[in-house]
Design a protein around this ligand. Structure first.
Ligand code: C5P
Length: 223
């Protein structure tokens, strides 16, 4: 039964768990606008770094958060590892999270149109979507995997020809970022009590996608 209210899907999880790809595919399948909320923190970090500032400085980081431009989230510099590291530093600053929270909620409430027409809703992926940004989301997924398999995936993305050469460094970086994200005082990385966990350690992207689609389709049928 359709309600006319936008469908909201929350997908959380640690770095390189597969949540981004999953969110993108879920968006395509169900006609939802997709927001990778990590990009907002990355854009904030990049804004600080570009001005030669310190990502741990609340004034600099909050100013950069206010200047985040949603139309420039495809900038490939956001994918750089130094930006990833700095993003988890700015993300621990409460003022930064307050600035970005409203923008994320607006996206969920009023999803932008898709190329093909109006969106039926929104899918947001991040660390605190199900717990803080959209606690009333229709479906909440928590996508996770062992640190080793996430580090291996990320190493292969960064260096296809010789992932083994950088695996240890990537694993170390990932452990540090996981610790900062899960231990920060405000909105730490956590599964919402009503989230369904999908562990991708031994699932491939297609299996995780089918599982997610099943859950969402069942929810929609009862709406
Ligand atoms: O997902 P991604 O690796 O791009 O996120 C970059 C950083 O942004 C994370 O390490 C985390 O510190 C922060 N983040 C967050 N809350 C979100 C999304 C990302 O704190 N909802």
């Amino acid at each position: 039964m359709a309600t006319g209210r936008p469908l909201v899907i929350a997908i959380d999880g640690p770095a390189a768990s597969g949540k981004g790809t999953l969110a993108e595919r879920v968006g395509e399948r169900f006609g939802l606008a997709h927001l990778d909320t990590g990009k907002l923190y990355r854009a904030t970090a990049l804004g600080v770094l570009e001005r030669g500032g310190d990502p741990a400085n609340p004034n600099a980081a909050e100013k950069a958060a206010r200047n985040v431009d949603f139309s420039r989230l495809a900038d490939t510099r956001l994918l750089e590892e130094n930006v990833a590291r700095a993003s988890s530093v700015v993300a621990a600053i409460p003022g930064v999270r307050i600035v970005l929270l409203e923008a994320q909620r607006r996206f969920a409430r009023h999803p932008p149109p898709l190329g093909s027409g109006p969106a039926k809703g929104a899918v947001l992926d991040g660390r605190d979507i199900g717990t803080v940004v959209c606690p009333d989301a229709d479906v909440k997924l928590f996508v996770t995997a062992s640190p080793e398999s996430r580090a291996w995936r990320r190493a292969k993305e960064l260096r296809q020809d010789d992932a083994a050469a950088i695996y240890e460094a990537v694993l170390q970086d990932m452990r540090e970022r996981d610790a900062r994200d899960s231990q920060r005082r405000v909105a730490p990385l956590a599964a919402a009590p009503d989230a369904v966990t999908i562990d991708t350690t031994s699932l491939d992207a297609d299996q995780a996608f089918e599982l997610a689609c099943d859950l969402i389709a069942r929810h929609c049928a009862g709406r």
